[in-house]
Ligand binder design. Structure first.
Ligand code: ADP
Ligand code: ZN
Length: 735
């Protein structure tokens, strides 16, 4: 007899198995009644197993609340693929597919009482009412003026119920319960804007997009420099689908960080505003429930959201758009560890609709797919509004350092000088400092030399406890040098100052300037980012100092100078994607300058001015960068030529986490087939988080499915001790 695994409604999210009564057509995603201890409860079927375990009997499930599952068959197919590819139990996949607020009845529709006129009294009766019952007369007049219906609350709520009841008794009005949408954007108004006339590049891209909407064949990658008008192409592609009666899914890296893009969609589709749904993390449970049902019932046909919106239950999809497709935030960092962009491509295939990925700095994975013919490449080479790309200057901090006693200042002389000039002219400045990366590399301030691993060509990480350098890719170890191996400078040391310190420096250097700092510490309050950006837009702020929160998609016409304080910070981290990320970040940050009438300038401070990521970014040369970086990846067997998986252990006990991984490593070593490269176990870049010690080990293989299947088989055969958790991350993005 088959059994069903059911996720019980309620805050504790319990999961129990039940047998399925004969004849019942239970499917995953169905809502169901179930017995729980001595009462009856409700839940959602997560998974169905054909054979029931024999060693104990299961209680039978109650009846189905609705024979229709909450998710579409196509999304179910996507879910099954995910479970297999990412090696995640179906249970966790289903939780990702159906938001909690949808599974749990308690958030179901909110209603309100509305007064409807069903029989408007004639004038004579109205005159009588005016004298005898002025209140009733007033209600009828107001409701009539409002078009025949009005919420009770707007008429005064409880204070008028008696009068409304009398009117109802006389058959003039009816009081109805109506579902109301909890509109997250209530009160906001959007001015409709009109489509722009496409320039030749955009028109050529659009032609291909239209062809793909009409007859989907393969995904498209649109490579367009910052400000080249990619968003306009998205908007017109969306319009095309709407005109055809189809729906549109738009994925953005992080909704709260891309308010301007969301605004542009809302403005363009202002006339069908109620068909646009925006899914973001700030929605209340009730709002999420309502938005989900609006999508499920095809009331909303344009869905804009971050990563998880890839599961939006749209039907009849015309196109899936993934903006800034290279962004890391598309990767989910808890199980199921899916990549939103990759799922978008797969969903496009399942739904047979067009898929449009876009970026100024495409990921090498996607770009490689255009070279191999899997994707179409669309190119927008120039800025759309006749602006030229900003001029980028590189400041060699090794030379700057020699000018000052005690090493280089945070602001180099040229950067400081330029800032003074721009501020004097009433223009705005953005300073950028990427503090990310926990592992720190050893770099010489004299010559810029970074200690690298012989085997991996990646920076090694300093481990204080062992007084040693360790390669986080392959585990190779080396002695920490006391002076620079290249130039003999004893000042070799770690990089490190953060945005907070910069803020202090700026206050001293520019006491008159109005300053804002944007990072996760200062932007905790809801809407803090939106408000700060708005103030910046209104020129109430002169300088913004920020982390990567300000790198994306922002458009400020009056910003003429962008300064990157330390381009090396993201570069010398032990991750083969460090260079790619730095190139992307520099290009994106530079793209914030000169987006108006005024010409833009960018100043990049670095200790390694000759590194390819910096040089190619300086020349706005994505193709050149991709070319040489792909060469490096190929040579060392990194993605996109292979798939990369990480196995991690986490525990409160350091030794047990380490030991478990070493054990696994032994098993993998003997059982893995040839063709899979197995790294050594080592402490994770973030050695301890949330009180847990973390160790990891990397695997590279040509077939993703093969990699995932073999590893999962071995993991299943080697259960960890109780106090150790194992993490498996397929197509891992961060180390
Ligand atoms: P991207 O998304 O590639 O960064 P945007 O879509 O933000 O570029 O476009 C940059 C600027 O160029 C915007 O101000 C936009 O209004 C303008 N723009 C885009 N397409 C056109 C066009 N065809 N004609 C005139 N201006 C355009
Ligand atoms: Zn190495």
């Amino acid at each position: 007899m088959p059994a069903a695994r059911v996720l019980i409604d309620g805050p504790s999210e319990l999961v129990f198995d039940y047998s399925i009564p004969e004849g019942m057509e239970a499917k995953p995603g169905c809502r169901v009644k179930i017995p729980l201890r001595n009462r009856s409860s409700t839940g959602t079927i997560l998974d169905i197993t054909e054979e029931m375990p024999t060693h104990f009997t299961l209680r039978p499930m109650g009846e189905l609340i609705d024979p229709e599952p909450l998710i579409t068959p196509k999304l179910m197919e996507l879910g099954k693929w995910m479970a297999d590819y990412y090696g995640t139990p179906m249970e966790l996949v289903m939780r990702a597919l159906i938001p909690e607020s949808v599974r749990q009845e308690s958030h179901s529709e909110k209603t309100r009482k509305v007064v409807h006129i069903i029989d408007q009294p004639d004038e004579e009766t109205m005159d009588k009412l005016a004298k005898r019952a002025p209140r009733q007369h007033l209600i009828l007049t107001l409701v009539d003026a409002a078009g025949g219906q009005m919420p009770l609350a707007d008429l005064g709520g409880g204070s008028v119920t008696a009068s409304v009841k009398s009117l109802e008794k006389n058959g003039y009005v009816e009081l109805k319960d109506e579902a109301i949408r909890r509109d997250p954007d209530e009160g906001e108004e959007f001015l409709e804007d009109q489509p722009l006339k496409l320039n030749p590049d955009q028109a050529a891209a659009m032609e291909q997009v239209i062809a793909q909407i009409d007859q989907p064949e393969k995904p498209m990658l649109m490579h367009g420099v910052t400000g080249s008008g990619k968003t306009e192409v998205y908007l017109q592609a969306a319009q095309r689908c709407i005109d055809l009666g189809k729906s549109v899914l738009v994925l953005l890296p992080e909704i709260s960080l891309t308010p301007q893009t969301v605004q542009r969609f809302k403005s363009r589709f202002a006339s069908i505003q109620d068909q646009v749904a925006v899914l973001h993390s700030h929605l209340s449970q009730g709002e999420r429930f309502d938005e989900w049902h609006r999508i499920r019932t095809s009331k909303a046909r344009i869905v804009i959201g971050a990563r998880s919106a890839v599961f939006a239950p749209l039907t009849n999809l015309g196109i899936i758009i993934v903006d800034e497709e290279h962004e890391n935030s598309y990767k989910q960092d808890s199980a199921p560890r899916y990549h939103g962009r990759d799922l978008a491509v797969l969903r496009g295939h399942i739904e047979n609709c067009a898929v449009l990925l876009g970026s100024a700095t495409p990921s090498l994975e996607s770009f490689h797919n255009t070279e191999s013919g899997k994707y179409h490449l669309l190119t927008l080479e120039e800025r759309a509004d006749n602006q030229s790309l900003p001029i980028i200057r590189i400041i060699d901090m090794r030379i700057e350092g020699k000018k000052h006693k005690g090493g280089p200042a945070i602001l180099s002389d040229p950067l400081r000088g330029h800032m003074e000039k721009k501020l004097a002219e009433g223009e705005q400045v953005i300073l950028f400092l990427n503090r990310r990366g926990f592992a720190r590399s050893l770099q010489c301030p004299g010559c810029g030399h970074v200690c690298e691993c012989r085997h991996c060509a990646l920076p090694m990480t300093y481990h204080r406890a062992e007084e040693r350098l360790i390669c986080h890719m392959c585990g190779h170890q080396a002695i920490t040098p006391r002076k620079c191996p290249e130039c003999g400078d004893p000042a070799i040391r770690f990089q490190g100052y953060g945005t907070e310190q910069v803020e202090g420096v700026l206050k001293k250097c520019f006491p008159q300037a109005r300053l804002a700092r944007i990072d996760t510490d200062t932007m905790r309050r809801k809407n803090a980012l939106r408000d700060t950006l708005r103030a910046f837009h209104q020129r109430k702020i002169d300088i913004i100092i920020g982390t990567q929160m300000i790198a994306k998609g922002l458009h400020f016409p009056n910003v003429t100078l962008v300064g990157v304080l330390n381009a090396d910070l993201g570069l010398h981290v032990p991750d083969f994607r460090a260079g790619e990320r730095t190139f992307q970040l520099l290009t994106q940050v530079a793209g914030r300058a000169g987006r108006g009438e005024l010409e833009g300038e960018v100043i990049i401070q670095t200790f390694t001015p000759h590194s390819p990521s910096i040089q190619f970014a300086r020349h706005h040369d994505f193709l050149g960068y991709a070319d040489q970086e792909l060469e490096f990846r190929k040579q060392f067997g990194y993605p996109p030529y292979t798939h990369c998986a990480l196995i991690g252990t986490r525990s409160n006990h350091e030794r047990r986490a380490e030991f478990t991984l070493e054990n696994l490593h032994q098993r993998l070593k003997t059982d893995l087939p040839d063709g899979i490269t197995l790294g050594e176990p080592m402490p994770a870049a973030l050695t301890k988080a949330h009180g847990q010690y973390r160790f990891q080990l990397m695997l590279l293989g040509h077939s993703a499915r093969g990699l995932s299947r073999h590893i999962n088989k071995i993991l299943a055969q080697t259960p960890p001790p109780e106090d150790v958790t194992i993490v498996f991350d397929m197509d891992a993005m961060g180390f």
